[in-house]
Design a protein around this ligand. Structure first.
Ligand code: TYM
Length: 343
């Protein structure tokens, strides 16, 4: 069955947005607007799986919505909204909690990383998190989901949930006269040179908002001087850049900085190596710092401008939520029938 080519993705408003979020996700959301229906969500319900100060959550929600727009997502063309406003996310997540198996959830590496030794004490929501993520995607029958590499396992789980729902309820789906593939088997879009941006301090660790060192990441709200300094101080080995891509193997820090340059300039890593192969860090780092400032400073400026007018952000998110609700309710109407709920 042919589904409308529809893109869904979400980001948690749980603190500082960083270069990994921008290059792995937000920047890649923009061109998809030309080819797909696009829905970009601020997943505030996911954020509260770990404690969030309420006022700070509201600020971070608006800040993320502002980042979407500042980066080039058009709120008239795309649907931009915050998850909690469309109650069908919670409703479908419950159904999926009853479809997904404990064993599937227990295998999620991100849960294991986040819970660590503390797994008895983390919220139940943190454990069930991927089921809400599957609901986000499948509520809109999204066919494609652009994300960074760290979300790959969650997207595989989303496919498993869709498949199991379609199978478990096959007879009921048929009795309702609905297509056998009721939920699509969604394709992850994980491609390009920046699917896994690493820490600027340690090329073996992912750039992340939970890293205690502020020097490890570039925040989307960093000013030009801070961006420049962080890049110039980034950990590297002493060798010059290799003249072939293969030469980046085993050089995590060099590979990361070349990947960042490539993603910021819409080039491949090969093209960056063709330009800078054989050059030392004294040449490459200033070039990368200039490029990062040129790309990121206008986004930061636009974000600040938008955040200063929260009412306008709330207005486009309300409009987005209304458009999202129309699609979400159409899916939920069918799901309630399929499952056997009386309405
Ligand atoms: P979150 O909020 O942790 O991250 C948002 C997006 O940024 C990507 N990302 C990175 N990409 C490259 N390098 C990095 N160092 C890096 N760090 C983060 C993430 O892969 C992600 O694309 N579970 C999701 C949010 C979510 C979602 C969804 C995504 C909820 N529902 C439905 C897609 C579809 C998360 O926690 O992302």
């Amino acid at each position: 069955m042919a589904f409308t080519p529809r893109v869904f993705s979400g980001i948690q408003p749980s603190g500082d947005l960083h270069l990994g979020n921008y290059l792995g996700a937000i920047r890649r959301f923009v061109p998809l607007q030309a080819t797909h229906e696009t829905i970009y969500c601020v997943v505030d319900m996911h954020a509260i799986t770990v404690w969030q100060e309420p006022e700070q959550l509201r600020r971070s929600t608006r800040e993320l919505a502002a980042a979407y727009v500042a980066a080039g997502i058009d709120p008239k063309k795309s649907i931009i909204f915050n998850q909690s406003r469309v109650h069908q996310h919670a409703e479908l997540a419950w159904v999926f909690n009853c479809v997904a198996r404990m064993g599937w959830m227990a295998r999620m590496t991100q849960f294991k990383d986040k819970a660590g030794k503390n797994s008895e004490n983390v919220s139940l929501g943190l454990f069930a998190y991927p089921s809400l993520m599957a609901a986000d995607i499948l509520l809109y029958k999204a066919t494609h989901v652009p994300v960074g590499d760290d979300q790959k396992q969650h997207l595989e789980l989303t496919r498993d949930i869709a498949q199991k729902f379609n199978n478990d309820y096959a007879a009921s789906i048929a009795a309702e006269g609905l297509p056998a593939e009721f939920f699509p088997i969604t394709e992850p879009l994980i491609a390009g040179p920046a699917t896994r941006i690493m820490s600027l301090r340690d090329g073996t660790k992912k750039m992340s908002k939970s890293d205690p060192s502020d020097q490890s990441r570039i925040s989307l709200l960093d000013d030009a001087d801070t961006i420049s300094k962080k890049i110039k101080r980034a950990t590297t080995d002493p060798e010059p850049l290799p003249s072939e891509l293969k030469g980046l193997e085993g050089r995590a820090e060099a590979d990361n900085l070349v990947g960042i340059y490539a993603a910021l300039s819409d080039l491949s890593k090969e093209q960056v190596i063709a330009e800078f192969g054989g050059k030392g860090w004294g040449v490459f780092k200033p070039a990368l710092a200039d490029l990062a400032v040129t790309v990121l400073a206008p986004i930061a400026g636009e974000m600040q401008r938008l955040v200063a007018d929260p009412a306008s952000i709330d207005a486009f998110m309300a409009d987005g939520a209304e458009r999202a609700s129309a699609i979400a309710e159409a899916t939920m109407k069918d799901v309630r029938q399929i499952v056997g709920f009386i309405r």
